[in-house]
Design a protein around this ligand. Structure first.
Ligand SMILES: *Cc1c(COP(=O)(O)O)cnc(C)c1O
Length: 381
């Protein structure tokens, strides 16, 4: 069977892997060498050129899963994002960002881009018209994140792709929250996909990595800059990421199912004021989510009717922890973590209430998770 006809569960397990002819072993060996023969054919191999064996294996798997022509694996999500921005923007350019993107990306943009004479705007809304009104003749790219953090808002990716095409702009999405199992933005016309592999791609809360998937043309441009900025990954991490990706579809599909059931449970509970999950039919962008996502993801947020810290302390299975996307369920307060640096007024504008909690749903038994939530909600003062 041709590789490109494999379904994604098969791609997760097999795409990219090296056949170890020397020993007949069933999986990719770890190649730790940083020094390679320069007399052979082809390009020179060196870890910072992103072309040593374990880097290439895992990169190919990610490329196949995201339906792109070209991919690069990085040592962190922000190494991927900064390489993309610094490769595609130059002095005098303007870039347009969705207002509520990941805090670390927001910080990188506001603290670094102006040093290079690059101007930027953050939108307040999510509709393509909210982006369109800020386009100038210097604008080079639009950058979005959907579903968004922490309120799981949805941006219409087909609308953004067509806005970019008609204005000759590059469209970029941070696809971390959805993972390639739930959303393939390149199929919808988006030019560049970035990931923090620290989340779902890694999936076990134990590695830091990132990735970019795009066209051949943009990929080569990003690659040239990435070699200079140096965010290349090491072979042990690449091996762990390859191993993690073998179960990506299994994990994410289970997380989708668990999150849907938990969202429905919370939606009907009297101690919960609001639930934000794109898989709920009363989510304001449920129809758009359904048209562009294959699954609604493992992330959801909700407002408890009571003290959020008291609630979290009553949980015994779900762990209070920042970050997301692991096999274990974790919960966090955006007010106390990702959005702690905003003023009360800024949080209010962003729709982040003090009683909002963000849940990253794991692969545990959903009955056990609901038991934990029900118990803690019942004990709310
Ligand atoms: C975590 C995260 C990042 C940054 O990734 P790192 O691996 O921490 O550098 C970027 N975007 C999103 C949506 C994230 O959740």
């Amino acid at each position: 069977m041709e590789v490109n006809t494999w379904k994604e569960q098969t791609q997760c397990v097999h795409s990219g892997g090296i056949i170890d002819k020397k020993t007949g072993g069933a999986i990719t060996p770890i190649y730790t060498s940083t020094a390679y023969d320069y007399l052979g054919e082809g390009p020179l191999n060196y870890p910072r050129y992103f072309n040593t064996p374990n880097q290439k294996v895992v990169t190919e798997k990610i490329r196949v899963l995201e339906h792109g022509e070209y991919a690069i694996t990085f040592s962190s999500g922000l190494a991927a994002i900064s390489a993309v921005l610094l490769a595609l923007l130059k002095k005098g350019d303007h870039a347009l960002f969705q207002g509520d993107i990941y805090g670390g990306t927001h910080h990188a943009i506001t603290s670094e881009l102006s040093k290079f004479g690059i101007d930027f705007t953050f939108t307040t809304g999510f509709d393509s018209s909210d982006f369109e009104k800020h386009i100038r003749k210097e604008t080079k790219l639009i950058y979005v994140e959907t579903p968004s953090n922490p309120l799981l808002k949805i941006v219409d990716l087909r609308a953004i792709a067509s806005l970019c095409k008609s204005n000759n702009l590059i469209s970029i999405i941070d696809n971390t929250f959805a993972s390639p199992i739930n959303q393939n933005p390149i199929d919808l016309g988006i030019d560049v996909v970035t990931h923090s592999g620290t989340k779902y791609l890694g999936g076990h809360s134990d590695i830091t990595c990132g990735a970019v998937v795009t066209s051949e043309k943009l990929g080569e441009k990003i690659y040239k800059a990435a070699v200079n900025y140096g965010g290349s990954p090491d072979p042990q991490m690449c091996y762990l990421l390859e191993r993690s990706l073998k179960t990506l579809a299994l994990r994410v599909n289970k997380q989708n199912e668990n999150a849907q059931q938990i969202a429905q449970f919370l939606n009907g509970h009297k101690a919960v004021d609001a639930v934000y999950y794109p898989g709920l039919s009363d989510h304001p962008s449920h129809t758009i989510a359904k048209s562009q996502m294959k699954g609604f993801g493992g992330m959801l947020s909700f407002e408890v009717n009571g003290d959020p810290d008291t609630f979290v302390k009553k949980l015994t299975l779900i762990k209070p922890a920042i970050s997301l996307g692991g096999v274990e369920s974790t919960i966090t307060s955006p007010t106390r973590t990702s959005h702690s640096k905003l003023t009360d007024a800024q949080r209010k504008v962003a729709g982040i209430k003090p009683n909002l909690l963000r849940l990253s749903v794991g692969i545990e038994d959903v009955g056990d998770l609901i038991w934990d939530l029900r118990k803690a909600l019942g004990l709310l003062p």
